[in-house]
Design a protein around this ligand. Structure first.
Ligand SMILES: [Zn+2]
Length: 357
C-alpha cells in the first residue's frame, strides 16, 4: 500500500474551555460566538486554526532546539564578532557600548506566522522544518503549498452534568463518521444502531427503563450500551465508561445547551474600573471535551521546493516521518500554550493524546 501520503487521526482533550471565535457578532444569547459546523450546528475547531497555531509552535520548538543556528532565530539579531559576541567598543570615557554597527539588524527569517514583508519573512528553504511542512509564498518568487493538510477538530465525547455526576455524551452519526475515518486503524467503538426516539438514551450507567438527566433534560435508558472497546490511546477509561448515547438530533441540542458561557466586563484603562454598559459574554467548548481531527502528511520525495529535493540536511533526504515529527513538535505545545481566543485568561489548552507512532 504505497500511497503518496500518510494520514493520521489525532485525539485531543480540552484542558480548558476553548473559544475559537467567529470574528463577529451574531444574534443569540451570547455576544462572542464560536465556530460551528453549518449542517449540524456543532462547535468545532477549524483546521485552519490548528494549522496556524501549530506552525507558530513548530517554529518556536525548532528555534529552541537550534539556539546557535541563526537562520532559525525568530528575532532580529545584532552584529557579532567571530566568537558570536556582540561587537563592543569603548567610548571616550572608557565605558563599553555597542558598536553602532552592532545594532539589531533584520538579517534573519521568521518562518512562523504569515511571513512578514509580503511573504519574504519566510525563509523558503528546502530543508526548513517549518516552511516545507506548512508552506510559504514569497513575493520575490518561489512558493510552496506545504506538505501537511489539517482538517477540522470535531467533538467525539462531550461532558454534561447529570444527577450521577459528569457523563460524556456522543451520538450514532458522530460515532459512524469517526469509525469511518478509523477504518484503516485498529480502533473500534461498538454501539447498537440508531436511537429511533429522541426521548431515549443508551447507557450502562443506569438500569433499562430508568431515567437520567442530561443537564435539564430527563431521558429514559432504552438499553445498555455495549462496552466501548479499545477506544483511544491515553484517554481516561473514566470518560469512556461514563458514555451516554443520545440521538443525532438531541446531540447538537444538548451540546449547544451545555457550552461554557462566561461573562466578562471591559475595564476602563484610565480608571481601572469596569466600564459602564461594557458587560459581554462569550461561549466556549468546555473543559474535558474529547475531540478528533485528521492530519495528512504528504511524502516529501514526491515534491520539490524551488526545484530542489527536500532534505533534512545536505546528507539526508527527508521522509514522511520527518514531516510528521516537525508537526508534532508544534502540536505538543498546544497543551501548554493553547489555541484560540482568551488565551491569556485561562482558556485554550488542548492535549493531544496520541503523539508519535
Ligand atoms: Zn523557513
Amino acid at each position: 500500500m504505497a500511497e503518496p501520503f500518510k494520514k493520521k487521526t489525532y485525539f485531543a482533550m480540552t484542558l480548558d474551555p476553548v473559544h475559537i471565535g467567529t470574528g463577529g457578532y451574531r444574534l443569540g444569547r451570547v455576544d462572542n460566538t464560536i465556530t460551528r459546523e453549518p449542517g449540524t450546528n456543532l462547535p468545532k475547531i477549524p483546521g485552519s486554526s490548528i494549522a496556524g497555531v501549530t506552525r507558530a509552535y513548530t517554529a518556536m520548538a525548532v528555534q529552541c532546539e537550534n539556539p546557535d543556528d541563526l537562520k532559525k532565530q525568530k528575532y532580529q539579531t545584532m552584529k557579532r564578532d567571530q566568537s558570536g559576541n556582540p561587537v563592543v567598543k569603548k567610548d571616550k570615557d572608557g565605558n563599553s557600548e555597542l558598536d553602532s554597527n552592532s545594532q539589531p539588524i533584520p538579517e534573519y527569517y521568521s518562518c512562523a506566522g504569515k511571513g512578514a514583508d509580503g511573504g519574504d519573512g519566510h525563509c523558503g528553504q528546502h530543508d526548513c522544518e517549518v516552511c516545507v511542512s506548512f508552506g510559504f509564498s514569497r513575493k520575490s518568487g518561489s512558493s510552496f503549498q506545504g506538505l501537511v493538510q489539517f482538517y477540522d477538530a470535531r467533538i467525539l465525547f462531550f461532558p454534561v452534568h447529570s444527577m450521577i455526576g459528569p457523563v460524556w455524551i456522543t451520538c450514532p452519526s458522530v460515532l459512524n463518521d469517526f469509525c469511518e475515518t478509523l477504518k484503516s486503524q485498529s480502533i473500534t467503538i461498538e454501539h447498537q444502531g440508531s436511537l429511533d426516539n429522541d426521548e431515549f438514551i443508551q447507557t450502562d450507567l443506569v438500569e433499562v427503563d430508568k431515567n437520567l438527566n442530561l443537564g435539564w433534560l430527563l431521558l429514559k435508558n432504552k438499553k445498555k450500551l455495549s462496552p466501548i472497546k479499545n477506544p483511544i490511546p491515553h484517554l481516561s477509561a473514566e470518560i469512556v465508561n461514563r458514555a451516554v448515547l443520545v440521538s443525532d438530533k438531541l446531540f447538537s441540542r444538548i451540546v449547544n445547551d451545555n457550552l461554557e458561557v462566561r461573562t466578562s466586563v471591559a475595564i476602563d484603562p484610565a480608571t481601572g474600573a469596569a466600564e459602564d454598559r461594557a458587560l459581554y459574554t462569550y461561549e466556549a467548548i468546555p473543559r474535558a471535551t474529547v475531540m478528533w481531527f485528521d492530519v495528512v502528511y504528504n511524502k516529501p520525495e514526491y515534491f520539490r521546493v524551488d526545484g530542489k529535493e527536500i532534505v533534512i540536511n545536505p546528507a539526508i533526504k527527508a521522509d514522511v516521518n520527518w514531516v510528521n515529527s516537525n508537526v508534532e513538535k508544534g502540536l505538543a505545545y498546544l497543551e501548554h500554550l493553547g489555541v484560540g481566543g482568551m488565551n491569556t485568561r485561562g482558556m485554550g489548552r488542548l492535549r493531544i493524546l496520541n503523539m508519535g507512532g
